[in-house]
Design a protein around this ligand. Structure first.
Ligand code: SF4
Length: 357
């Protein structure tokens, strides 16, 4: 077992990655960064969904210039994703970016790397080294013939070495691969080798359905080992879905302290209510509630409340009505037509009590 709390804490704006048992959720916008209005709108949707850090591509000077305005209009730390061009990194830093994702080994001449590192040091901005199985350095591919976990580790060591030689240690590392076993092996090697926090991701995971499962397989295996201090689920879907999937994954490992967990039965022949649509409606309803409440939605009362004893609150179907229960004890009966609305009111009341404490 590795432990994420033993990593070096690295500050990204007002959010700390590493040094604790928490995993910071992040996403990346799909807009043209220079289109400030569209980018800010998307970031606001991400903020509302619970995204804690957001990355934008900085692929040209217009994007680097837009950072200043975007920063003014958002409430979470902003990261610039930069490939090769050190001038874009310098401009992003000048315009108030909170973190830069750039591989120092790809910047070119040492003086250029030094300039970026100096600017980052002055503003206390961390750098994420993004190793990607699909774009390993030629000397590593020549050595191994194809992307391997060991090759990815050597790539990370190469980039980290450049930063450490310049006295820079506010480093975050990612070891992304689209192949799940390769990503798991690469991150495991990195967790053994480095004390820097790791940014988890299965790259190009796929669509909402297949990508969520693939991400859960890879990221889940790593989270279970105590690896990873920040995470992005990459999906070919609306950005908000990345946060929803990421949060569900963190909930499964007890790593999302401020979110509602839904327990719902798979249904069987004993079912007494339209459970599938109720479960979906409640899942949607609780998605933005920031309180650590467990809500159960069960098809019948035979095994229902007892099966979901760990739930703080829940409903179980009964003929033409529902039973409201709290911690496994039935509290009252509710007519079927107001069952869902009453459950929502109870959840709201419970969430409010968490806000007050
Ligand atoms: Fe079946 Fe009732 Fe269990 Fe749901 S709670 S799976 S309906 S027995």
């Amino acid at each position: 077992m590795y432990h994420r709390s033993e990593t070096r804490p690295v500050n990204v704006g007002n959010v700390t990655i590493g040094g604790s048992d928490s995993v910071v959720l992040q996403s990346m916008t799909m807009t043209k960064t220079a289109d400030v209005k569209a980018t800010v709108e998307q970031i606001h949707r991400l903020e509302e969904a619970g995204c804690q850090i957001v990355r934008v591509t900085v692929n040209n000077m217009e994007a680097a210039e837009a950072i200043k305005q975007i920063k003014r209009e958002i409430h979470i730390p902003l990261v610039a994703d930069i490939h090769f061009d050190y001038k874009l990194a310098l401009k992003a830093i000048e315009n108030g970016i909170d973190k830069v994702r750039i591989n120092p080994g790809n910047i070119g001449k040492r003086e250029k790397v030094q300039e970026v590192v100096k600017a980052a040091q002055e503003r206390k901005i961390p750098i994420r080294i993004g190793v990607n199985a699909g774009s390993l350095e030629k000397h590593i591919l020549d050595k191994y013939g194809y992307p391997t976990a060991q090759g990815m580790l050597e790539s990370a060591e190469y980039h980290v070495g450049i930063l450490e030689d310049l006295g820079f240690e506010d480093i975050i590392i990612s070891m992304k691969a689209s192949d799940v076993p390769l990503a798991i092996d690469a991150y495991t090697l990195a967790a053994e080798r480095f004390r820097y926090p790791l940014h988890l991701g299965i790259t190009e995971a796929g669509t909402l359905f297949s990508g969520s499962i693939k991400s859960a397989a890879g990221l889940g295996a790593l989270l279970a080992k105590g690896i990873g201090s920040t995470m992005r689920v990459s999906l070919s879907a609306d950005v908000v879905e990345e946060i929803k999937v990421g949060r569900e994954l963190l909930k499964a490992f007890g790593l999302a302290s401020n979110a509602v967990t839904l327990i719902s039965c798979p249904t069987c022949g004993r079912i007494e209510i339209d459970l599938v649509s109720i479960a979906n409606e409640i899942e949607d309803y609780v998605s933005n509630i920031k309180a650590p409440i467990k809500v159960a939605v069960l098809g019948c009362a035979v095994n229902g409340p007892g099966e979901a004893r760990e739930a703080d609150i829940g409903i179980a179907g009964s003929r033409n009505e529902g039973l409201l229960f709290k911690h496994g004890e039935i509290v009252r009966k509710i007519p079927e037509d107001i069952l869902v609305s009453e459950l929502k009111k109870e959840i709201d009341a419970m969430a409010k009590r968490y806000e007050l404490t």
